[in-house]
Structure formats: C-alpha cells, structure tokens
Design a protein around this ligand. Sequence first.
Ligand SMILES: O=C(O)CCC(=O)C(=O)O
Ligand SMILES: [Fe+2]
Length: 343
Amino acid sequence: MTAMTEDGLTRPGITPAQRRFFDDNGYLVLAGFFPPERIAAVRSHIDALWSRRGAGGPFVIDQYIGDPREQRRYFRDVEDAVRSQPYKLNDLHLDDTVIQHLCLDRRLVAVLGVLLGAPPLAINSLFLEYGSQQPAHFDTFYMPSKTPNMMAASWIAIDPVTDSNGPLFYYPGSHKVEPFRFSHGRLEAIFAEMPAAEAHMRRIAEASGLRPLRFHAQPGDVLIWHAQLLHGGLPILNKGETRTSLVTHYWTLHDHPDPADRIDIGEGQFVLRRPHQVVLDDAALAEIDAFLAALDTPPEHRAAAPPEFDARAYLLRNKDVFADRCDPYSHYHHHGRREGRAW
Ligand SMILES: O=C(O)CCC(=O)C(=O)O
Ligand SMILES: [Fe+2]
C-alpha cells in the first residue's frame, strides 16, 4: 500500500477524495488509524512514565492548567496529586521513543507528507489527560512555519471522547479565511493584541457562517488539521472523566533543510532539534539574573534598544533566547525587533 518515491515521500493509502477533503475543509479524520493494542501500550507507557518520573529526566509539565496553581515544573518534581487535575506533559517526543514512534508513525508521516507536500518534522507535542480546555485559536499564533501553511497538527485519541469529556472543536473551512495579522504584519501573536485577534475570530465564525464540529473519537482515531484551522478544546463537563490525547505539531523539511536542525529517528521520521521548555522556578529565575549580571553587551546594542527595553522580561518571554544563552540586547538588535518579539 505504501511505496517510496523519488522525492523521498512515501505514498500512503489516502485517496484523492481525502486529499480534496483536507484542502476544502482544513482537517481530515483517520478513524481507527492505530489499533487498540498500540493505544493500550501507550497508555501503560504513560503510567510507567508517571511512576518512574522521580528517577529524573528532562520533561516539563504544565500543572493545574486553568487554576491558580498553574505552573510550569519539571515532571520529575511533581507530586502524585498533579495527575488528577488538568495538565500538559510537554515534548515527550524529544526524548521518549514510544511517543516519538507514535507521533512519527511511518504511516502517519506518509499521510502528513502528502498533505503538506514535504516530509514532516515534529516540532512539539502535548500529552493531555484532561484535554486542553483551550479557547478557539489558530496554532499559527504560537508557532507559524517559515513558509506559510507548511505546518499541520495531529491529534491522537487515547480515550473515547464524547460531549461530556471535553471534545476538540473546530471550524471546517476556517483555514480559507484571510488570517489575522498582528501589528508586525505576521501571524504569531503579540500578547497585547489578542483582544483584536479574538474579535477577528468571532467575526470569522459569525460572518462566514462557519459552524463548529466536535471530534467524537474512539481510541486510535486521528484528526489532522491545517495550520490555519480555527479550533480549541471544550471543558470537561463530568469532572470525574479524563480525555487523554496526544497532540503533535509539525513543520516540514522544506523549511528546515539543514540536517543539524533535526534528529533523524528512523525511516524519514524527523524531530526538530530544540531544547525542552524552560522551567521558571526560583532557581531558574536566579539563573537568568546571574546571566544578566554577567553580560558583556556591546554598547551599541544596548544603545540601540528602546529606552524602556526590559532585558529580563525579554528573556522570560522569549524562552528560546535564554535557552540559547543569547545576549538579550544583541538578540533584540539583530532579530527580535524585526520579528516583533515581546519584552
Ligand atoms: O486537544 C485540545 O484540546 C486542543 C489542543 C490544541 O489546540 C493544540 O495543541 O494545538
Ligand atoms: Fe491548537
């Protein structure tokens, strides 16, 4: 059913009709894509990750999402109680081979390769046991690809999902609406301008008559969505229920042709090489402050920054800048200003 072609993409069993459906609607449902045994193995693997977490490891969790106790922490440090409330376990795919091979399953890579027109590159992943309960958004607010639309997401159901346990919702066709541009002219969000973006999304939904659908899923079903599909997660109505799923976002090798940018885990299966998210506990804040105190910024970079430029806030808001230990003034001078980075 699949065959390797000259452009290096495998051609999977998606039909021309499925391809057209994705282009027209901005999403594709692959029902029963993963067999029940595979999903059961993922579930026990996650249980094992939770029970072994104290042994160490690089993973980062957002605990108690939507609650005053919300905080980003190292997974190795959290208490058992954290598992009984909404959380996001971030970027397991960077180091965990079971999750890597799920979100970069060869058949899934093949489907994504056809839909994106280039081999996919997994850029981040979120393991959610209680859904995201996130309002409607475009993923390009957070992670636009270099070339517009060379990005997609996969959503793999691990629990059955009904109206009661926080289904994913999405607006078919919303990917065709002119995207909202922030004041720097691009798609990634400027925090202060989110109210305007939200008004734009409401206008889209009302004026174009788009109607949201909910993804009622069975374990092993997969939903793929387009970079510009408006979507979110509904709240869990029955507090006792879980809504376990894995979301992965992908860019493409087209935009990241340098092999140094990626980890090759197999047969055409690629992970973007990047650090884990930064945990801002007291120790991390102290690390930022020590880094700032030891900076040796070229005076012209410091002088070129706006007078009220806050280097500490810049590092806090642009975690990649601190992860790479870049001088915030120099980074803002060379890249941040042009990229419209927040500070
Ligand atoms: O699973 C969900 O509730 C939505 C997650 C989402 O929007 C995302 O990861 O991009
Ligand atoms: Fe999203």
